[in-house]
Design a protein around this ligand. Structure first.
Ligand code: KIV
Ligand code: ZN
Length: 527
């Protein structure tokens, strides 16, 4: 089957710039923190997928953010690399420093323009804000050629004032003007009108590209994004899996597939290789440990599943009856290689390639060992099993604390008891503890070996596939000192997966603490 509506000469279509902010707005969502290495991995994938601008972080926010933006700027081959900066000279200078090695560096600076934000957040008069726009964009433009300016809370901004600030920003040298729907408040008709009006009223509007940036508080982020294009915007800001502040941002995969599937009425082209969307979703879910909801458009587990008999019958006769795009077009391949306990390393390597993974030799060997172990225990090893296993391997790579052994006594006779051995920097420690249920007993054992004050905010178990022998994937979110981290663990044994997830979250907290208080986490490895 070919995809519907991918025809149409691209020559009469406008090009749309895809600006990905998974590493900045996405990473700002509570618990979605990524490590330095994970950020690099995501940046590499975004670049390979054809994203035009990668917003790599907020360099002034922390040393870690600066280092990540700077490293991404140095390694990204094709895309522009942007850093975010508030309207302050020190922010802008730090941002310029971080992106300066990029092939195409961009500074993205912003200030609030709505009456509410100016009065309560900035405590500034509109005239002061207007002056700051000129000063900040001028400063940024003296440092790089590509400057984006955003009118934060743009959709709740007075139209006359919005036009004055946009005109000032362009006059000062801004090359892209973003009008974000910061609080996810607008609706499609209104958002389209905002762009149309600003472009008509601002005399120098033809000197800049206009950009949409939508939050999903009312579930309208993608619809508003498309409406912004109708109003004349030609840059889309979005994130993989739609992660981001509160309800998230417009999902990159949804926007891209809407543009592709309805190319008959949406006259825009972009550079994204849509067959990499599934892989990007998996990677972002693995590194943030944010599960993708089953019925999520494009990348959810059910996105291409047809359960009801009448649908299946229609699908068998002609897939287009119920399928508006093919699974292959988003990188979901029909299984070609069936894996089992007799599959060797070469077959495993080619399966990983088919699933879109490229692992180094050591990671490949570790994943292969776990696959063999799984294949001995499980009748059928599905692609989902392999993806969970490899994501788990990636998520736990290089951890200082590791689960070495676990025995649990559970059941009606209580008390539930866990005997756990961890290694911390290679040194082993064992504790036996009881708890109110086996999971509580395990988490108590972890606390006994690695004393910490983090609180458990979320504990979530999911079966990776069907069947009672399915692997369990556990997500754990820990909170400490105002910071949350989420991590996953996968194993055919739910209790082992729980221990792995908790330990992974603890390792992430440890990385954070090392940056702020290095003395705080020297292995409390008692006994
Ligand atoms: O939502 C928002 O307003 C932002 C800006 C910083 C662009 O993320
Ligand atoms: Zn935002």
């Amino acid at each position: 089957m070919t995809d519907q509506a991918t025809s149409g000469a691209s020559s009469n279509k406008d090009r749309v710039v895809i600006f990905d902010t998974t590493l900045r707005d996405g990473e700002q969502s509570p618990g979605a923190t990524m490590t330095f290495e994970e950020k690099l991995e995501v940046a590499d994938l975004l670049d390979a997928m054809g994203v035009d601008v990668i917003e790599a972080g907020f360099p002034i926010a922390s040393e870690g953010d600066f280092e990540a933006v700077s490293a991404i700027a140095k390694r990204v081959k094709r895309a522009s690399v942007a850093g975010l900066a508030r309207a302050a000279f020190k922010d802008i200078d730090r941002c310029a420093e971080a992106v300066r090695h990029a092939v195409h560096p961009r500074i993205h600076t912003f200030i609030s323009t709505s009456p509410l934000h100016m009065k309560y957040k900035l405590q500034k008069e509109p005239s002061e804000v207007l002056e700051m726009v000129t000063a900040q964009v001028t400063r940024a433009r003296n440092l790089v050629a590509d400057v984006e300016w955003s009118a934060e809370d743009g959709t709740r901004t007075d139209m006359d004032f919005l036009c004055r600030t946009v005109e000032a920003a362009i006059r000062a040298g801004a090359t892209t003007i973003n009008i974000p729907d910061t609080v996810g408040y607008t609706v499609p008709e209104e958002y389209e009108r905002i762009f149309r009006t600003v472009r008509e009223r601002v005399p120098n509007s033809d000197k800049a590209i206009f950009s949409v940036h939508c939050h999903n508080d009312l579930g309208l982020a993608v619809a508003n994004t498309l409406a912004g294009l109708a109003g004349g915007a030609r840059q889309i800001e979005c994130t993989v899996n739609g992660i981001g502040e509160r309800a998230g941002n417009a999902a990159l995969e949804e926007v891209v597939m809407a543009l592709r599937t309805r190319a008959d009425i949406l006259p825009y082209v972009n550079n994204i290789d849509s067959t990499m969307l599934h892989r990007a979703s998996k990677l972002v879910s693995a590194v943030t440990s944010f599960p993708v909801q089953y019925n999520k458009a494009i990348v959810g587990r059910n996105a291409f599943a047809h359960e009801r008999g009448i649908h299946q019958d229609g699908m068998l006769k002609n897939a287009q009856t119920y399928e508006i795009m093919t699974p292959e077009s988003v990188g979901v391949s029909k299984t070609s290689l069936v894996m089992g306990k007799h599959s060797g390393r070469a077959a495993f390597r080619s399966k990983l390639k088919e699933l879109g993974y490229e692992l180094g030799e050591n990671a490949l060997q570790d994943a292969f060992n776990r696959f063999k172990d799984l294949a001995d225990r499980k009748k059928i090893v599905y692609d989902d099993d392999i993806e969970a296993l490899v994501d788990d391997e990636i998520g736990h790579h290089g951890e200082r604390i590791k689960v070495e052994a676990l025995t649990v006594i559970a059941g009606t006779m209580g008390p539930q008891t866990a005997t756990l051995t961890l290694s911390i920097d290679g040194i082993q420690a064992t504790k036996q503890t009881t708890g109110n249920g086996p999971v509580d007993a395990i988490f108590n054992a972890i606390k006994a070996i690695v004393p910490h004050t983090a609180t458990l905010e979320l504990y979530h178990v999911e079966a990776v596939t069907e069947g009672t022998d399915a692997q369990a994937e556990v997500s754990v979110r820990l909170h400490e000192d105002g910071k949350s981290v989420t991590a996953k663990g996968a194993d055919p044994d739910t209790l082992v997966a729980s221990a792995r997830a908790y330990i992974a979250a603890l390792n992430k907290l440890m990385v954070k603490r090392m940056k702020t208080k290095p003395e705080a986490m020297t292995a409390g490895a008692a006994s």
